[in-house]
Design a protein around this ligand. Structure first.
Ligand code: FBP
Length: 549
């Protein structure tokens, strides 16, 4: 395989491990745990893993050896930088337990388990992928593991390969599925453990015990580099307003983190829009006012960050999307049979009057995008909705109206960008390379400790890697009941941006100044070699949420 100079140099990078994982470990158990909400329902659905304690690994002098262990691994959902290092961490961890241990990768996500598509991951293969971005070592997919026949098909191949434990690397939905599978295998006494690993660039799989999901660090730094470049271009030409949509299916963590890194004129935070019950017009007005205020200073240029999930957080739109989700889940076939030019009218006829009116008022493109195929978890594919264009178009109209009224005398010309896929497979930053390798290595220790229904957890991540705390958290501890596909389901609670949290407060404290002035910061590209203050800085979000004592 041909390699770039950076890839060659990066292959030699040795990820930093927490001190506790460098030798033999013992598992220290905490108190029994409870789910974050709906305790009775969750306990009933997961009687086996429910209530288990948090586990922390500490160094020990004992070096009790164990027999070889065969492990399976699945990459699930969207790509996130560092996935290959989770796999190399698992590989090195199980080989360290016993060199005869084997690692099998299921191809193209959970579907590979069901369809029995797999490959053994040997040392040669692993070495090709250390510290690289992407999930291409085995590929990823979004098949949802939820039916008994899928579990049984999976069990067939796991039994055939002598696999004792399965590691599912995924986001909140995939880790929920990992827990469902752990419960199923435990109830059937199949003797197969299931461990989850927190992955998603969106950064919304985090809680008291999971400080961040992997990939968030690299993705945000990659986007911030290019946004910084755009800001510099914008400040050089002084003639465009750049509307930049940033990935993050629901939560605005990516947009907020990038804002803290690049200091744009405006960053919309979906969670605030929802809390303040803002309408689409309110959001447009906020932006238009900033454009007008800068124009009054002679600055007809600027940058606006728009989170990908915004549309679903505008209360009236959310209500419409919820009704559309339920309706389309129940009437998918009927809808598919309607001719494309009749679909808009058909939908309007099915919705409640208030939602029908909003749907009717949307531009054709956005209305169509809202009825496109859901992903296998029933979510609207928000990355297909061109919110950045919708907003700039509406801002333009408002400014034209203000101009006619003599309230505004500037020039408004917009450019549009969407950054998402560009960052999901970037070469992992040192933080993600180290964090992911530690998550994988920790998973191997949870397997050796006999745990199932746990998520690999590495904490204290704003300290040097040496001081990180490794262990496992019962997945049931993060669960509650939520409405999905029109039914109440047990799911891991999504972590949205907290308006009383430190990252949002830090932004809110300075945003009026950033809106008016040109306070841009240009972070430049991720650095892999050089001083630690340049190469090893965690995200601003992590530093603000977990300040070092
Ligand atoms: P995960 O939650 O599976 O990690 O995926 C996150 C994400 O990158 C979102 O930010 C985005 O909305 C979505 O995936 C895009 O999905 P797809 O890769 O299927 O186009």
């Amino acid at each position: 395989m041909a390699k770039s100079a950076l890839q060659t140099a990066r292959a030699a990078y040795r990820p930093k491990l927490p001190k506790a994982l460098k030798g033999a470990v013992k598992a220290v158990e905490g108190e029994a745990t409870q789910s974050v909400a709906n305790q009775e329902e969750i306990k009933k659905l997961f009687p086996n893993p429910y209530g288990m304690p948090v586990v922390t690994f500490e160094p020990t002098a004992e070096t009790a050896c164990c027999g070889p262990v065969n492990v399976g691994v699945i990459l699930s959902g969207g790509q996130a930088p560092g996935g290959h290092n989770v796999i190399s961490g698992i590989f090195d961890g199980i080989k360290n337990l016993n060199p005869a241990s084997r690692l099998y990768g299921f191809i193209l996500g959970p579907g590979g388990l069901v369809d029995h598509h797999y490959m053994e991951l040997t040392a040669d293969i692993i070495d090709e992928y250390r510290n690289t971005g992407g999930f291409d070592i085995i590929g990823s997919g979004r098949t949802k593991l939820e039916k008994e026949e899928q579990f049984e098909k999976g069990y067939e191949i796991l039994k055939e390969l002598g696999i004792k434990a399965l590691v599912i690397i995924g986001g909140d939905d995939s880790n929920t599925n990992a827990c469902v599978l752990a419960e199923y295998f435990a109830a059937k006494k199949y003797g197969i453990q299931v461990i989850g690993c927190p992955k998603t660039i969106d950064g919304d799989l985090k809680n008291e015990m999971i400080e961040t999901s992997f990939g968030f660090d690299t993705a945000c730094k990659t986007y911030s580099e290019v946004i910084g470049n755009i800001e510099r271009d914008c400040n050089s030409a002084r003639k465009y307003w750049h509307f930049i949509k940033l990935m993050g299916r629901s939560a605005s963590h990516i947009a907020l983190e990038c804002a803290l890194q690049v200091q744009p004129n405006i960053c919309i935070v979906s969670e605030e829009v929802e809390a303040k019950e803002m309408s689409l017009d309110d959001v447009v007005e906020t932006i238009a006012k900033a454009v007008a205020a800068r124009a009054a200073r002679g600055d007809n240029f600027g940058t606006v960050l728009v989170p990908e999930g915004l549309i679903e957080f505008i209360p009236a739109m959310k209500c419409l999307i919820a009704e559309l989700n339920d309706f389309l889940a129940a009437n998918a076939e009927e809808f598919a049979a309607v001719a494309p030019d009749k679909q808009r009218g058909y939908i309007i006829g099915q919705l409640t009057p208030a939602n029908a009116a909003i749907y009717e008022s949307l531009p054709e493109g956005v209305a169509r995008q809202l009825t496109l195929d859901r992903d296998p978890h029933g979510n609207v594919q928000v990355s297909l909705i061109e919110t950045e264009k919708l907003l700039s178009e509406m801002v333009g109209k408002k400014l034209a109206a203000w101009k006619a009224e003599g309230k505004y005398a500037g020039k408004f010309s917009a450019q549009h960008h969407f950054f998402g896929y560009e960052g999901r497979c970037a070469a992992p930053s040192n933080f993600d390379a180290d964090y992911c390798y530690s998550l994988g290595y920790t998973a191997s220790r949870l397997i050796a400790n006999g745990n199932t229904g746990y998520m690999s957890s590495v904490r204290n991540t704003t300290a040097p890697a040496d001081e990180w705390i490794a262990g496992g958290v019962p997945i049931t501890m993060m669960m509650n009941m939520e409405r999905r596909h029109g039914e109440m389901k047990p799911v891991i609670q999504k972590a949205l941006v907290k308006l009383d949290g430190a990252p949002f407060k830090a932004y809110a404290a300075v945003r009026d100044r950033w809106a008016l002035e040109t306070a841009y910061v240009y972070p430049g590209p991720i650095q892999y070699f050089g001083p630690t203050e340049v190469c090893d800085q965690p995200t601003k979000t992590l530093q603000l949420e977990h300040p070092r004592g």
